[in-house]
Design a protein around this ligand. Sequence first.
Ligand code: DGJ
Length: 729
Amino acid sequence: MNITYLRENNSFKLDTDNTSYVIGIVDKEGFIGHAYYGARIPNEDVAYLMRINENPLVPSLNERDRSSFLDTFPTEFSGNNVGDYRESSIKIRDKNGASGIQLLYRAYRIIKGKPKIKGLPETFSDEANAMTLEIYVEDANLGIEGTLSYSVFNNSDAITRSIRIKNVSDDTIYLDKIMSMCLDMDDDNYRMLVLHGSWARERHIEYRKIGYGKQSVSSIRGESSHQEHPFIALVGENTTQAYGDVYGFNFVYSGNFIGQVEKNQFNSLRVVMGIHPENFAFKLVPGDEFYAPEVVMVYTNQGLGHMTRTYHDLYRNHLMRSSFLRKSRPVLINNWEATYFDFDNEKLLDIAKTAKECGIEMLVMDDGWFGNRNDDNSSLGDWWVNETKIKGGLKKLVDDVNEIGLKFGIWFEPEMISPDSRLYRQHPDWAIAIPGRIPCRSRNQYVLDITRKEVRDYVYNCLATILKSANIDYVKWDMNRQLTDISSARLEADRQGELMHRYVLALYEMQERLIAEFPNLLLENCSGGGARFDPGMLYYSPQIWCSDNTDAIERLSIQEGTALIYPLSTMGAHVSVCPNHTVGRVTPFETRGNVALAGTFGYELDVTKLSKEEKEAIPKQIATYKKFNKLIREGDYYRLASYRENNYYDCYQVVSKDKSEALITFVQVLSQPNMHSIKIKLQGLDDNKIYKISGSEESHYGETLKNAGLLIERLNGDFQSKLIHLTEQ
Ligand code: DGJ
């Protein structure tokens, strides 16, 4: 990694192991141009790439065509209402109600390490392993200053970007829009890869053609959402897993976002990513600063797989802070699909006893243990244990579970309030609602206005009191509805547009407090399944519940899309019963276990009701989990085949960092008649090592397995699966 200022041509060059990013300062006014992002190049003048010597030339040479210049110039951060008609990166309202803004270059600083982004999750590093370029910018007419920050990391092809804005004028200014990044580049026939979905169908990979005009992914739901994901990749025409160009952009934020690609009249692309401007307006009184969240960019010409592994490594080394990141997580059993709301301490202890016999290590008590909650119509906010269900109280239950030999985990939904709750009867104004309008219910609940300190203190203290009252090792932090009726009883009229962002900041503050006060707690985030699975949340919790869909076959696409960016060790994945509760499908117990192995691994079923064979299978599955968890958690992930593409089978591989072993997971979805074995070309092995292949007498060079491939025999029946372990001889 390196960052250089090239004085002769007033440009900055950021280098990662395999990529370069060049920013050029142009013309007397100091337009901040984007010259290059791609495979690594030498230190030389590449300002010509900005086409500033072509018509319409720069404004100092041709002021009459200033707008033509601004409307084509590749910029690092587009202004608004001053001549560039492509997407703006920032929009303000000044004291006259005008919106013109253009941030121009003033100075720079190159430093070791990476300064903190106040209040927000972010990649971090010590001074030895990262460098940061700060470009100081200004709109002198408005009295607005800004800092564009870029960081590079040792042994990584990722570059992070963010921006900070300060009002240094004497007047109040409203920030109506702020993107965290803007990147202009030529279109080389890229396709746009996005992750779209729905409840129980999260993060399915979709390719889109990039047409003229704007195409985007976004959420205005108050969370990153089931529906779209804060991620875009531009993928070359012929790019595969192993070859070709990919530009990835991932937003480290858990609220409203937009990621947009715009193809303009000259076939160039503008990519922007940031907080969604809808319902957003932040008031900046003189002296106020606004920190925009970070975007993680990855370029590679080595295919999607290299992009994936770059994100995985960056997030494991520079984003996730939990001490559990590098530990095997306890194999848990969660009672949600086992009992839903219908349980008591006796039922839980029955589950715990049988679970213990099977080798399971932790019982998680899900929704329904508090207030008067026997279905999803009441009690959110009433965080005291329901003693008619949990007779003798929570401590007694936890002690009993511990006595059986299991750890204990508990579910909360801290951000919510049920209209039918004691909390709502006492504090109806704590729910987010527009004055005079009955707020929109979803799952019969409202969202708490956690932007109010007294509200988040109340909820946090409820949580902390429960956690201190018994020996609790794990918390599942759920969020089961999206935001509407955006208005806070505490914000002034001209600050209502701050609520959505303040909500996310408040959530982060609560989670920071929780992990600081309970450093040994294993925290799993969740949102009605996987609606808040994003890098922001991974800063606080090492794992996130991936989806409410626990069907092994449905999980193939969900986990493929999720693992495109996020390490396998972050994906909450459990074995559940069949017929599956979401899709009614019946799959072999073995396949359910093999698919859940790619995540955190656990069970979500009533173990007391399993057949003898299934119960006997659990200790074997747990032994497999223990055997392979370090490899899966810390190894390099390679996607070898996708059921989404071939309609036949799915296959992925994890290779240890030292390339001494690898695990291949093969799932044959629908059996086909009269077919040969399947040839799969392996990736990531050491060419010169000889690998022994489990389940056979064969051994082959890594180079042979890469170029010639491995034959996997056809399995008999639908939904069959197989693990193949390769070990260095
Ligand atoms: C949604 C979660 O994803 C489920 O696992 C479960 O915890 C329910 N909420 C409980 O209401």
